[in-house]
Design a protein around this ligand. Structure first.
Ligand code: TRP
Ligand code: SF4
Length: 370
């Protein structure tokens, strides 16, 4: 297997490639196999995506979204948003939001998002979002919003009942504004966000139909990476308490890996394993720069025990996370720098957002007649 084909099988290596490139040590072999390396000035369009600041990010966020976001910086003009207003749609305790915005930024930067190339900003610091949200909301039927599956699911999941907020119902309008205000062509998202994206397209179409072409219909860029399960095999999620965090110290990573579920059919050390049904194997294939074939065979032929196998994984994860963790710790000592990034991000975001807001208000004929 060529080194290029090998790297392409490991989504996480894109982070490493990003680091290597930034360090200006362009390895000829990698460059040959990735012609996008040389396309830095021919951007394909505009990207917007966002994350809600609900705490530090985990490995699922990293390989499921961030690694992809980092790679997209080379091909697109990217806007990445900390969706703090969205975080308020399902809670009344707002005390952690300000701190969590910084946690998210730390994870972003440590994973390789570049504030020079991409616009990294906080949603609530770009007031044009709120202005366009007010306008767009006037023309969106409530029945559309009530049909969005995530609305009913959230109410059930959190037991909100009658206390579900107006903001929760409006979630998809706010998300549509996030995207439409930058006229983003593409939105990198996981499958769970597809209903929201479809809604954004329909809202763009409706506004354009009523008032003329203002908005671009965004398309979804489905993230290719398989979803990373949590240590218990379910979807990795903070609320399931099964997540490994980017900032977890090495001992914590090891402790969590030791609790991972393995092949349920392998009871004794001498039993042959079924790596395809084992979460640990899934992780090792993703994070280790050795031939996965070998791990596969060792497991199938009972040449390795699950305890050793997990230790190998914990070690590999820590090797992978170490530079990210180090960068994160260093950045966390520089609060002024982090605030500057958000200031500059809001400034750059507003330049675009202001223009679109004006176009929309003008199209809807509520600006003063000239
Ligand atoms: N709803 C997204 C999530 O929970 C976060 C988000 C907010 C977003 N605004 C966005 C994602 C705009 C994509 C585009 O993951
Ligand atoms: Fe899973 Fe490794 Fe055990 Fe095989 S040896 S079942 S891959 S933990």
């Amino acid at each position: 297997m060529s080194i290029g084909a090998f790297l392409a099988r490991l989504p996480v290596t894109y982070v490493l490639i990003g680091r290597i490139l930034r360090a200006r040590m362009v390895c000829a072999t990698i460059a040959e196999n990735h012609d996008w390396v040389f396309m830095a000035n021919e951007k394909k369009g505009t990207i917007l995506s966002g994350m809600r600041p609900t705490g530090p990010l985990h490995l699922g966020n990293l390989v499921g979204a961030l690694v992809n976001w980092v790679a997209l910086q080379d091909e697109y003009d990217c806007f990445y948003e900390v969706a703090d207003l969205h975080a308020l749609t399902d809670r009344t305790d707002t005390s952690a939001i300000a701190k969590d915005r910084i946690e998210v930024l730390l994870d972003w930067l440590a994973a390789g998002l570049d504030p020079e190339r991409s616009v990294l900003f906080v949603q609530s610091e770009v007031p044009e979002h709120a202005q366009l949200y007010t306008l767009l909301g006037m023309f969106i039927p409530v029945s559309w919003l009530e049909r969005v599956p995530t609305y009913k699911e959230k109410i059930k999941e959190l037991g909100l009942g009658e206390s579900a907020s107006f903001g929760l119902l409006g979630y998809p309008v706010l998300q549509a504004v996030d995207i439409l205000i930058y006229k983003a062509d593409a939105v990198p998202v996981g499958e769970d966000q597809l209903p929201h994206l479809e809604m954004s397209r329909e809202m763009a179409r409706r506004f354009n139909y009523l008032f003329g072409d203002v908005f671009v219909e965004p398309r979804a860029l489905l993230t290719k990476a398989a979803r990373l399960p949590g240590v218990d095999g379910r979807k990795m999620s903070k609320s399931y308490d099964n997540a490994i965090y980017i900032k977890d110290p090495p001992a914590e990573v090891e402790k969590k890996v030791k609790t991972m579920f393995t092949d349920p059919k392998r009871v004794y050390r001498r039993d042959p394993g079924h790596p395809d049904e084992c979460n640990v194997y899934f992780y090792r294939r993703l994070f280790e720069a050795v031939d996965a074939e070998e791990i596969y065979e060792d497991c199938k032929n009972a040449r390795i025990g699950c305890t050793d196998c997990k230790l190998a994984l914990a070690k590999a994860l820590n090797v992978y996370l170490e530079p990210i963790r180090r960068e994160r710790a260093a950045l966390s000592e520089r609060p002024d720098y982090l605030n500057d990034i958000f200031d500059e991000g809001a400034r750059r975001a507003r330049e675009v957002a202001e223009r679109t807001r004006d176009e929309a208000y003008e199209a809807a004929r509520i600006l003063r007649e000239k």
